[in-house]
Write a protein that binds this ligand. Sequence first.
Ligand SMILES: Nc1ncnc2c1ncn2[C@@H]1O[C@H](COP(=O)(O)OP(=O)(O)OP(=O)(O)O)[C@@H](O)[C@H]1O
Ligand SMILES: [Mg+2]
Length: 300
Amino acid sequence: MDITWKKKLLVAAIDFGTTFSGFALSFLSDYEKDKTVNIFGYLWEPGDQPKTHKTPTCLLLKPDMSFHSFGYEAENKYAELAEDNEHKDWRFFRRFKMKLYKPSDRNSCGLSTQSTIKDTEGRDFNALAVFSFSLDYMKRKIIETIGEKFPGVREDDIHYVLTTPAIWSEEAKSFMRKAAKNAHIPTERLRIALEPECAAVYVHTKELPALDMMTQGERAMKPGSCHVIIDLGGGTLDIAAHRVNGHCQFEEIIPPYGGPWGGDNINLKYEQFLIKISGGPAFTKFKENNMDDYLTMQRQ
Ligand SMILES: Nc1ncnc2c1ncn2[C@@H]1O[C@H](COP(=O)(O)OP(=O)(O)OP(=O)(O)O)[C@@H](O)[C@H]1O
Ligand SMILES: [Mg+2]
């Protein structure tokens, strides 16, 4: 097993979610002293609300198909363009991570390097490019943040971690690796980690009290115990069951289970409900003429 990552000065971990994404930084020296303190979680600025640890997973490309922005910045700019009805030549992408989940087949994913995904206007664009642009932005933001907060750290001092749902196929993970490579994240310094396993490790790094003081939840973290981790995200519901073999050591006792049952389905059902009462053509017209209102509705 490659353990060179352990010697890197710091870990930059990217949580690339269906609806929201973020990243955090952790120095090896801090981690060796205390695993849970001094984890630096980057805070994003929504503009009109307090800062948050995650930003919307949205990508905006300019009319010439080059990168414009990601996250709140992309959402705000696109809403602004839509308000002035100047958005038509731009490309706005959201909720695209779900395209990598194919419920009918655990061994493959829904996308190949040639696949296309649709923007909000229904136009096709190369899927790998959409993921690559987004990860490239994340990486640049990481480097920029490190430069500001921790000057002196070199790019090759960083080990990257990218999380994926446990229910994803190997093919989907490999697609993410390709996107990360295109985003200039060196493969030899990248580790793909499963979202529920990261949650389990995080819980494990907390110091447990004496046995008689333990809560039921804390007892589930003792060696020999079993636990179930449920991650209800925007796109997927991801369930993992582990047996604890030792400190931060887990054994998968049943294959990860889950499906496309994340909170974003509420938005989808709401949209379907509006289509039912107003009719498809009216809703399409509403989206065409009032993209800014449509986006506000989605946000709300
Ligand atoms: N207070 C709340 N009550 C219910 N749902 C909420 C609340 N706050 C956020 N959500 C929903 O949680 C989802 C976002 O969760 P999260 O950030 O974990 O998802 P994600 O990481 O983007 O998705 P995934 O892990 O599936 O790729 C959104 O669908 C949002 O609507
Ligand atoms: Mg998530």
